[in-house]
Each structure stands twice: as C-alpha cells, then as structure tokens.
Design a protein around this ligand. Structure first.
Ligand code: GLU
Length: 446
C-alpha cells in the first residue's frame, strides 16, 4: 500500500507548536514510507477562514521543510459535498433538526442536572409534519444531523492502540448548518475518501470524531483510513498550552530566531520514546522516525528546550547552510572563517551581526590594566595573524608577566572586544587583525 497522509488545518489562525507537531508527524509518516503528503485547507467556516492565514500556513510548512504533493481546499468542493449530502438524505442517514442553540443548551443543562450524559435526545426524529410546518412558518431553518448507529466502534490506533467507543454516549453530529453549509465532519470524511487518504494523523481531541467518521465512511460506501491520534502538548509543568499558543506560533518563534530545524528536532521526538537530539538536516530526522514510539500521555513542551536545541544546531551548521541567511542579515562579506569563529557562541543566527561589528567596526575597548595592555600591544606581532598567534602571544605574556588564567586572558578579551564573554579569542584575533588589535589595547575606539 502506498501511504497517503494529509494535514488539514483550518485557515483561521496561525500555526502553533501543537499543530506544527501534527503537520510534522503526518509528513514524516508519509515520507518515511515513501508516500504522499497532502495539504488540505478546511475552510468551510467562511467567516473565520482567510487567504492570509492560508498563505501563512503554507509559508510555515515551507519554512519547516514540509513540502506537500497535493493541495486542496474544501471551499472548492461544495458541489461534491452537496451530492453526498443528497445521497445520505435519501438513505435516511441525515435528519432535520429545528432546535435553537438556546433550546439545545437548556436540554443539556437539564440532562446534566439529572446526572444523565448530555447526549442529543433525537427529539427531531419524532416531530410531526404539523410541528415542522409550524417551525418553518416561524422562519426556522433546519440544521441536519448524521444519525449514528448505536453500536460500539473500534479501531487500532497507530499511537493509542485499540480504541473502543460506545456510540450510545455520543450525540449525533451536526453536519449541515441551518444556513445550509456543510460542517467539518462530513466534508473531512468525503475528502479523505475521495483523495484516497490511507492515514489520518491528528490530535487526540479528535478521538470521538473519529468514531463518528468511521460510521460516515461506511455510510458513503468508503473504507476508513488508519488513524493515529497524537497526545496533546502541555506546558513544562503540565498546564494546558491553549492560552500561550499565541506566543508559540511558528511565526513568533521564527521572529525570535528559532531555527526551523530546532522546531523539527524537538517536535518530531517530543512525547516519544526516542531522545530529542539536535538535527541539522531533515534526512536525519526521517531516518529514525517511528510513529509507534509516541506515547499516549501528554508531552511537555518547554520553550527552553527549543532554545537549547537552537544553539546546538547553530554550533554545528556548516557555513554553506547559512551563507545566504548571513547575506540577508547584511553580512555580505562574512565568510567561512568568520562563521567558524563565531558560530559556537550564537543562541540565534542574528547574534552573528553583533560579532561582525565587534570584529570590523569601532568599539569601545575596556582597559582594566593600562600597563599590561600596553605591553601586550607591543608584544603582538605585526602583519597577518593566524590561529597560532593567540597561544604564542599569550604564552609569551605569561612568561614575561607571571599572569595566568583569567588574569591573563580576561583583560585581553575586554580590550579587544569590549565584552566579558564571547567566541574563542584564538579565532577572533586574526579577524580583528594586528593593527586594530594594537590600537584597541592602547584604548583607542577603533
Ligand atoms: N481542520 C481540522 C482541525 O484543524 C482537521 C482535523 C483533522 O485532521 O481531521 O482540527
């Protein structure tokens, strides 16, 4: 069987780490099996869906490295849904309901007060033609529900194992709004069937929906795909993420300088039995990917983990992988030597800019000990400096002054960079150059 999976976001907001994880796992599952990945935009909610959000989702997926083989959107397929709806009405699987939201809420409260499960009572099935005529005369438009079979639905979930749901405790889902527009459930099933989706990966909040969908697949004469329900993400101490999701959008992470591969490295393994490791390339992530390794329990997402991964990934990235992006940061002249000198000191790529300026533009040197720095300037060789200069130069200063350790190195770093900490001086010194280094050691702002 050729695997075909799909990611089906609603373009009503930005992707956050939660749905990015679904997208990533869905993509990895297909690609690890040599299969096809579909992007499907669930845009039947006309009021909230926008092309801007759809484009932001595409941009985020591209940024993550999740190319798709097909793209569809539900608003293009309304005729097809209408056709299926007509057939299901003829088959008696859909029934018209006239309750207002307030009436439904009242029923629900009453059921709860009587300690009964708040399952829709199917009162609409008992309406007489006079009652229906009266509602319509009042101007009420019906919404339509899918009549579930009151049976037990089971499936073997790729993450959760065997799932068993008794449909006696589930309300018949509304599949057509009172304005006649079809809702997610039926559209999703029709799409998955028509597009020959073999695997549906989504969040565990969809488990009950899946039981309903399995009956809908049967009702339209299609085979249900396999399902994998990912446990939800929580915050570091187990709290729900929903309130913070705004700040955890991919867009905001990108703006903070988080590398796409940091997000991919973390989300591809978080909540699985496999360790989270920094990966610089998607091929490595793909190689060890195994969906059955994911646990059923919620996974803790900690933005600090992302930051740590980010530094590790930057520290190992070859120059070729960042050359274009350094140019985009206006570091046109940055070369491999510069990259190798500073990469070990970056939390985010943009930190390279400050180091570029420290090496190439005037700084305010910090002179802790005028005499020592003047001596150091005298002892620094003229002309081209190399990676050997620093150990030889500081070695000579050590013998001459008796200084060692921090007392030897720190005043030199402060004078040469104006900073307490930074990349290894052995690497920076040749970039600063002899003339500028000597001037800085004498306290000049160069
Ligand atoms: N649009 C639905 C959502 O974002 C899709 C769920 C699914 O994968 O079927 O929750």
């Amino acid at each position: 069987m050729t695997v075909k999976s799909r990611f089906a976001p609603s373009p009503t907001g930005l992707l956050h780490v939660g749905n990015a994880r679904t997208a990533l796992v869905t993509w990895l599952y297909a690609k690890a099996a040599g299969g096809t990945f579909v992007l499907r935009l669930d845009d039947t909610d006309e009021d909230r869906s926008t092309e801007e959000f759809a484009q932001a989702i595409r941009d985020d997926l591209i940024w993550l490295g999740l190319a798709w083989d097909e793209e569809h959107k539900q608003s293009d397929r309304l005729d097809r849904y209408a056709e299926v709806i007509e057939k299901l009405k003829q088959d008696g699987r859909l029934y018209a309901c006239y309750e207002t939201p307030q009436e439904l809420e009242r029923k629900r409260k009453l059921q709860l007060a009587q300690r009964k499960p708040p399952v829709y009572d199917r009162a609409a099935l008992d309406l007489s033609s006079e009652q229906i005529a009266a509602y319509e005369a009042e101007g009420r438009q019906p919404h339509w529900r899918f009549k579930l079979d009151r049976e037990v639905v089971e499936w073997d979930d790729l993450v959760r194992g065997k799932v068993v749901i008794d449909m006696a405790s589930v309300s018949d889902p509304v599949v057509i709004r009172s304005d006649g527009s079809p809702l997610y459930h039926l559209c999703s099933v029709v799409d998955d069937a028509d597009m020959a989706i073999t695997h549906v990966v989504r969040g565990e909040d969809h488990v009950t929906n899946t039981a309903e969908h399995i009956q809908m697949f049967k009702a339209i004469g299609a085979e249900a795909p396999a399902f994998a329900h990912m446990a939800l993400l929580t915050g570091a101490s187990g709290e729900g993420l929903s309130k913070r999701l705004g700040s955890l959008s991919l867009e905001s992470l990108r703006d903070e300088g988080i590398e796409a591969m940091s997000v991919v490295s973390l989300l591809s393994r978080l909540g699985s039995a496999d360790p989270v490791e920094p990966h610089g390339a998607m091929a490595d992530v793909l190689a060890g990917f195994e969906i059955s390794r994911f646990a059923r329990t919620p996974a803790k997402f900690d933005p600090e983990d992302l930051k740590r991964l980010n530094s590790k990934i930057l520290h190992a990235l070859p120059f070729a992988a960042v050359a274009d992006r350094l140019r985009a940061l206006d570091l046109d002249a940055a070369d491999e030597t510069f990259w190798q000198a500073v990469q070990g000191n970056l939390d985010v790529l943009a930190d390279a800019v400050a180091w570029w300026h420290i090496v190439h533009d005037p700084i305010e040197p910090v002179i802790e000990d005028v005499e020592f720095c003047a001596l150091a300037a005298e002892r620094l060789p003229d002309g081209e400096l190399t990676l050997e200069t620093w150990p030889a130069w500081t070695g000579a200063l050590k013998s001459e002054t008796g200084r060692k350790g921090k007392g030897l190195f720190h005043p030199l770093r402060l004078a040469l960079t104006g900073q307490e900490r930074g990349p290894e001086m052995k690497n920076l010194l040749p970039l600063i150059g002899s003339a500028r280094a000597k001037a800085r050691l004498r306290g000049e702002n160069v």
